[in-house]
Design a protein around this ligand. Structure first.
Ligand SMILES: [Cu+2]
Length: 434
């Protein structure tokens, strides 16, 4: 099949689907080819002429072009209960826009924009096929409207991601159909100011666990046997010690305000992991070691040796992320639920892209996670990890909520650590019983 024919076929599928659904389709209907009765033979019968006439007729009968995505995940709010009755789990999530000042190195503060007073925003965790019904509240005290764009769904930006005025809220719902670690972020005021809002802290992660769980992890090593080197491969359980790592940049003026000119030049002031530059580094830079409040202090990640470690990584910024573990390797890289690599040294994660990275540390030691871009490392993209014999409490901002899938998350003890207000730190402590 040549390329032109292949593209034509895709268009033809859309056209045939349009005939079959016509005016009756809703956002929640299945788009599986077989369910539509679309066979390769019927596709082949569609000619460019029929496509044109069908498309025009379709648009005409619908009363003109509509902002609707065919097969999108969106659910009208009055149908959420029906989805629940049909067996889907519904997660009602509320996020509140909050502009606050948060600390940066040197005892200074910057003008942050946040969800719920923390950067990144709360990590949302659902299972593939669950419904996310999300409400964004914008308090009347905010000086600017905000908005919420969630990458975990196929959902029209209009009207869902439009600006929410101070004193108002907006709710929408969708089915999380695709597994992965997805960005959510403020989209500014109908896109205007989006860069400022995101790069000032309005971003977070939605983990969508695969419906059938994560795959077992193949550990590829070698051994010696009868004087020869032999492969020593083992499969280990999907149950893992889990961590979230969100990379971003801060572009700041000396007074802590957003510096758009610096952003256009990619002239980073700080590179942050989970909101803080060097926040997990009590060893090399010691920037946060003397922070006045406990939740700001440097804290390394503690990894048990020989155990399955799973990282959910999202690049929230506008610079490339060359994800690397100094002294380590990635045993597996997954996107969606598809394995992209096994046994690799560095994985490139572009802006607003994610990866789920599995690793096992065979020996105790220090293994520093970096963005292997030197400009990023030396402005904050270095997180110290200590691999040791036994588990220990970890910083709360690096540990996701436990998966509801059995045999997925190994529960971890945490202590409150966050780029957040003192009030939010107290709330996190209350939620986690600390
Ligand atoms: Cu905003």
């Amino acid at each position: 099949m040549n390329k032109r024919y292949s593209i034509l076929s895709i268009v033809a599928v859309a056209a045939v689907a349009g005939i079959l659904f016509g005016s009756t389709y809703s956002n929640t209907q299945s788009v599986a080819g077989n369910a539509l009765g679309v066979s390769p033979e019927t596709i082949d019968k569609v000619t460019p002429q029929t496509i044109d006439s069908v498309t025009a007729k379709d648009v005409q009968s619908a009363g003109g072009l509509e902002f609707k995505m065919f097969g999108a995940d969106a659910i009208p709010l009055d149908q959420v209960a029906a989805e629940k009755a049909a067996g889907r789990t519904v997660h009602e999530i509320t996020l509140t826009a909050q502009s606050v000042d948060l600390p940066i190195p040197g005892g200074k503060m910057y003008h942050a924009m946040t969800f719920d007073g923390q950067v990144p925003g709360p990590t949302i965790r659902v299972t593939q096929g669950d419904v996310i019904e999300v409400t964004l509240n914008v308090p009347s005290t905010e000086l600017t409207p905000h908005s919420l764009d969630m990458h975990a769904g196929r959902i029209s930006a209009v009207p869902n991601f439009l600006a929410v005025m101070p004193g108002k809220s907006n709710t929408y719902a969708y089915i999380a159909n695709t597994p992965g670690a997805f960005k959510y972020h403020c989209e500014g005021v109908n896109v205007i100011g989006m860069d400022q809002h995101v790069l000032s802290g309005m971003y977070g992660m939605t983990i969508v666990d695969p419906l059938n769980g994560y795959h077992k992890l193949l550990i590829q090593r070698t051994a010696t046997q009868n004087g020869q080197v032999v492969l020593n491969n083992t499969l280990i359980s999907p149950a893992a010690y889990e961590f979230t790592l969100e990379f971003n940049q801060l572009y700041l003026n000396s007074d802590g305000s957003y510096n758009q000119a610096a952003m256009f030049l990619h002239n980073t002031t700080w590179t942050v992991i989970n909101g803080k530059p060097f926040g997990y580094d009590p060893v090399v830079t010691k920037i946060w070691n003397n922070a006045p409040v406990a939740h700001d202090k440097s804290a390394p990640l503690i990894l048990p040796v020989g155990q399955h470690i799973r990282y959910f990584v999202v690049n929230q910024g506008n610079m490339p992320l060359f994800f690397h573990i100094v002294g380590g390797q990635m045993d597996r890289v997954t996107q969606g639920n598809v394995v992209q690599a096994m046994g690799t040294q560095t994985w490139d994660i572009g802006g607003s892209q994610d990866a789920i990275i599995d690793a096992v540390y065979d020996e105790p030691g220090a293994y520093v996670i970096v963005n292997h871009d030197y400009a990023a490392i030396f402005t904050g993209a270095a997180a110290v990890q200590l691999a040791q014999a036994s588990p220990a409490p970890n910083p709360s901002d690096a540990v996701p909520p436990t998966s509801s899938l059995p045999g997925t998350s190994i529960p971890q003890q945490t202590f409150v650590h966050c780029e957040c207000t003192n009030e939010r730190a107290n709330e996190i402590g209350n939620m986690t019983g600390q």
